[in-house]
Design a protein around this ligand. Sequence first.
Ligand code: DHE
Length: 498
Amino acid sequence: MIKFFLRLFIPAIGLLAFEACAGQSVDKNYADHCASCHGAGRLGGSGPALLPENLARLRRPEAFKVIAEGRTASQMAGFSDKLGKEEIQALADLIYQPLPAVPVWGANEIITSYLQHVPAGSLPDKPVFDADPLNLFVVVELGDHHATILDGDKFEPIYRFPTRYALHGGPKFSPDGRFVYFASRDGWVSKFDIYNLKVVAEVRAGINTRNLAVSGDGKTVLVGNYLPHTLVLLDAADLSLIKVIPAEGLNGKSSRVSAVYQAEPRGSFIAALKDVKEVWEIPYATKDFPVRRIAVDNYLDDFFFDQSYRHLIGAARDGKKGQVVDLDSGTKTAEIDLPGMPHLGSGITWAYQGRPVMATPNLKEALVSVIDMTTWQTIKQIKTIGPGFFMRSHENTPYAWTDGFSSNSQASRDAMTLIDKRTLEIVKVLRPMPGKTAAHVEFTRDGKYALVSIWENDGALIVYDAATLKEVKRLPMNKPSGKYNVYNKITHSAGTSH
Ligand code: DHE
C-alpha cells in the first residue's frame, strides 16, 4: 500500500516541482527579457502586445525564431545567446496563452483617461518666439522620451519637453502648422501648441496604438490601434472622443489596424487592416464617418500614396509583391516587384526623365527600388551600403538620402547613401559619426540643409549643407529618432513622409 502510494505521490511531487520551476522560469524570463518592451502584463509598450488576439499572423515556429534570432527592422533583439531552447519555447508558448481578461478599452475608458491641460482656444494666436514658425523642426528624442522644437534657420533649440513613453510614427500637424499631435505606442495621443509651447490636451485612445492621422481640414484625428482592434475618431480641437469604430472585416473577423493616413485631395482618411484583406476609406467631412471597404489581394502592413492620392501602393511585410489599388474604382490595377520587404511608409516620389517615380528602401535587402508610377515597372534596384529604413529628399535638391539602419552590421549602420535623382546612381556615402548609427533625414523648408540623426543615447543631430554635403552644425541629442519640418509636412512635400 505504502509502495503504491509512493509510486503515485513521488512522480506527482516531481511533476509539481517541475511545473512550478518551469512556470517560475518562464515568468522570470519574461520579466527579465520581454517586459521592458512588451509590458509587464503582455499588453504592449514600446513593443507590440503579446497576446493570441494580436498574433493571428505569427505562426508558433516563427514566434520561436523571432525570440531566438530577433526581428528585422525593429528593436527586437535575439535571445539565443542568453536562453536555452526550452526556455525560448516556453516563452513562445506563453505568448499564445490567453490572458484571464484582456482589459477593455472602449469609449468609457477613453473618456475617463482624458486630460485637458489648457482649454481649447484660450491661448494667444501668436508664437511666443521669433523664429519662422513654418521652418521649425519637431525632433523626437526617444532616448529619454522628450521632444525638441528646433529653429530651422539658426539650428538652435527653442524648447525641450517630456513626451509620453515611446512615441512612434511621425507626429502630425494641423494644416496651419500651429499644433502637432503625437501618438505613443501605448495609446496616448497628445496635442501640443507650438506657438505657446504647451501640451494642451491628452487622451489614451488605445492600449497598443499604431499611428494617427489629422484630417486635411484639421478638424478630426483618427487613431489606428493594434489593441483593441479599433479606429478611434477624436475632435482635433480638444481631443474629445467622437466615435470608436471596431476594426472588423465584412466577414465579422476583427483585426489590428496596420496604419492610418489622411488623403486630403480625397477628403478622407485611409486605413489598412492587418488581419483582414481590406482597406477602408472614411470621408472626414461626412456625418457619422461612413466606412467604404475596398477588398485587397493580401494583408497590408504598410502603404503609401502617389502625389494625387488616387493610388495606394501597399505591401505585406512577408510578401514579394506590392499591390497598386486605384482608390477611385476600388480595384487593384497593378502588382509591383518589391523583393526585400519594402518600408513603404518611407517612400518618396520625384520626376525622372519626365515621369513620376517612387523609391523605397527595403528592410531586408541593401537596395532601393525605383518604380515608374505610370507603368508600375521597376526601373532600377540601386544597391546600397546596407538595408535602409528611412528615405528622404526635397524638391530643391537633386539627391535622395537613405540610411543603413536595418543592417545587422555597424559598418553599414553608420552610413548615409546619397542617390542622384537624375541618374539613379550613388553619388556619395557619408559617415556622419563613424561607428555610430545614422538614420532618418529631413530637409529645411527650402531644401538647403539636411538634418541627420545619430541614433544613440549620446547622439546628435547633424546639419549638412545639402549642396556641398559639408557639415554645418552638430547638436547633441538623446537618440533623436525622427525630425519633422513643419512646412514640408503641411505642404506634403514629395520628398518626405505624409
Ligand atoms: Fe516605425 C513610422 C511601422 C518599427 C521608428 N513605422 C512608421 C509608420 C509605420 C511603422 C506604419 C508610419 C506611421 C506614421 O508615421 O504615421 N515601425 C513599423 C513597424 O511595423 C515596425 C517595423 C515594427 C514595430 O515595432 O511596429 C516599426 N519604427 C520601428 C522601430 O523599431 C523604430 C526604428 C523605432 C521606434 O520608434 O520604435 C521606428 N517608425 C519610426 C519612425 C517613424 C515610423 C521614426 C516616422 C517616420 C517618418 O519620418 O515619418
